[in-house]
Design a protein around this ligand. Sequence first.
Ligand SMILES: NC(=O)c1ccc[n+]([C@@H]2O[C@H](COP(=O)([O-])OP(=O)(O)OC[C@H]3O[C@@H](n4cnc5c(N)ncnc54)[C@H](OP(=O)(O)O)[C@@H]3O)[C@@H](O)[C@H]2O)c1
Length: 342
Amino acid sequence: MTQHAAEVFQGPLERRAFAKIPAEVTAIGLGCWQIGGSWGDVDPQDAENVLGSAADAGITFFDTADVYGDGRSETLVGTYRQQALEQGLEVFVATKIGRRANPFEAGQYTEENLRAWVERSRMNLQMETLDLVQLHCPPPEVYGDDAVFAVLDELVEEGKVRAYGVSVETCEEALRAIERPGVASVQIILNAFRLKPLDRVLPAAREAGVGIIARVPLASGLLTGKITRETEFAADDHRAFNRDGSAFDVGETFSGVDFETGLEAVSTLQAAVPEGWTLPEAALAWILAQEGVTAVIPGARNAAQVARNAAVGRKGPLPSGFGEAVERVYNTTLRQQIHDRW
Ligand SMILES: NC(=O)c1ccc[n+]([C@@H]2O[C@H](COP(=O)([O-])OP(=O)(O)OC[C@H]3O[C@@H](n4cnc5c(N)ncnc54)[C@H](OP(=O)(O)O)[C@@H]3O)[C@@H](O)[C@H]2O)c1
């Protein structure tokens, strides 16, 4: 990695604060699911280049999970973090726990399991204190389980975890998480196909000082405009095997929008992209413009994608017009499929 190459030549990336942690991260982070698995074959060299490119671009915020490649993503991020620290670069890592257990089997969120998952992430990431541990889309009963949150509080007191949050599927779950006083962040799907978090979740998070991490910002790549009916996905890419939600919540694949409707929505949005912008840039900048968003975490399979996404963090505000198109497309094409479900 070239030390802060992009910062030196192009100015720093925008940074935002997590009110409760306290920590400042780049508003454009990096989603590290791709360097773990479930996106077809991602070459190990590409995975390393993705992290190196993030460093070059000045990105300081990384989102991973213990299950991405069964620890592969965490291990790569941990190794990268050590190298970055040696070069004096700061890195903030958010990981997730809870999906090593079968989420459909009750009673998995025991103290013993929570502690074991945290220990494994500390080892994979080579971190004495994990920056941010998120419960990874836990089953609904976990939100009301005081014992789970008491264990997380203890882990903070013991110095194993600096802060904790919840990655959620639905807006109702987000609101329940925000009510928990120890919750520092909520990770939720918020993008041009998912507008419901704007109604109640963002205002509640702002009020409570809870950070919002916007995931799946490009609707699994659909919002780049590069995917067509002819695009072929590898059999081990979730965009091939989870379109029907048979492996995990269908909302994580193309944001839960059916493929044909997604393509139609994208083509309308393409026409509203401001001059001098690309669709993925506009899609990311639109999320950053929503008050209460702390960071957006596009995933990337290669260095070029990271660099292009990071550049949005120094591009300045999105010109008017695109936001109006997003609302129009949502109301006419997507709302019926999406709004009541998540
Ligand atoms: N339950 C959870 O907590 C959960 C669930 C999902 C995701 N996440 C987190 O959120 C992150 C982001 O979501 P995501 O990765 O699922 O979806 P995403 O960020 O919406 O889409 C990522 C995909 O978009 C394409 N892409 C990204 N930048 C591009 C660019 N500049 N130009 C062209 N194509 C580009 C790539 O597609 P190709 O691969 O086709 O090149 C990439 O794999 C994940 O990495 C993960 O950290 C968390």
